[in-house]
Design a protein around this ligand. Sequence first.
Ligand SMILES: [Zn+2]
Length: 401
Amino acid sequence: MSQMSSEPNRFAVVATEWFDGERRHADGPTTMQVVDGYVVGMAPGDHGEALAREGWSVEHAVFLMPGLVDAHVHLFLDGKPTDSVVRAAHLKQDVDALAEAARRSARQALACGVTLVRDAGDRYGVNNRVREEAKQPGSSMAQVRSGGLGVKRAKRYGAFMAADVDDEASIRTSVRALAEANDEIKLILTGIIDFDAGRVSDEPQFDLPAARAVVETAHAGGRKVFAHCSGEKGLTVAVAAGVDAIEHGFFMSRDILALMRDKRLAWTPTFCPVHFQWAQPQAVGWSANTVGNLRRILDAHAEHLLLAHRMGVTVLVGTDAGSMGVEHGFAMFDEIDRFTEAGLPMKAVLAAATAAPRRHFDAAHATLVAGAHFDAVALPVSPFEDRSALRRPQRVWSQGH
Ligand SMILES: [Zn+2]
């Protein structure tokens, strides 16, 4: 038995076509060799037979690509129920039940080919717990990059995902502690959109000096900041404070995008929750006027996403899974549809769903190369021919399993 367990776990995959996270390789098959979860070799041509003779198990894939990354989820929330009573009851469960919900979410994500999620906050720190569990060998959950508990202002939006901070001293103390537990600091910079009014009505939760205190303290602790932020006032503060990423970012402008490009900030536009409320307004009880606002907001968002792509702003695919109507894993395909409908080419969309977030998260390897963890998805058809192929993953490998 001891001999068997010391035997390396090795296999090879021959891909007819593949995408490395940034480049498409459609000029003949490629053979990849994986040992103990890592890519150890990558060679042009089909070397399947030769490797099989040497005892390697060999698989074939029509199309291979890196595992998808959902850059914005809330694992402890279940996006499937759309009844507000059911959603409120979900949040009243104890921490163990919410942790179990988070495990289900992470399993569902992985089954859809999402091998990594960034959790954008929960008040109990369930995300940090699941992050550790997902690291166990053979786990059937997506890997988790965790924002732990975010920071917000007392009596303002975000109680389900963030703790209150007050003056500058309390900001620094809280963020210093959060930076030790969390992979990234989530700043709830604004409230939510007033869809009836069709704008962000509230003042930002943090002014520029306070937002700067969050960013400086996070950076001193070696952590990036991702800011929940929509509306011109909040976006102006976020960019001036030097956050590393803007989440949602509705009511974006060309001027803000230019600053984001120059300062190398990433943008996760999270179409899904707003798109759901536009597509199924009866779930929320929206009036025809509000549905019109939602459509206008989504159209402007799509225009700015295309502009961001053309201007060279880093964009990340993130779904806000766990929000009403936004299901873990499956929402990734919907968000990819929104990116494609906005006019981004498939190569850019797939990069925003694979290499771009890994690069933003400072992963050891952003693309699928020799030396990288083998986190990959096999598809029955190339998504460059048919993007619905993404919805039909044939195999998903996480850390080589
Ligand atoms: Zn969120």
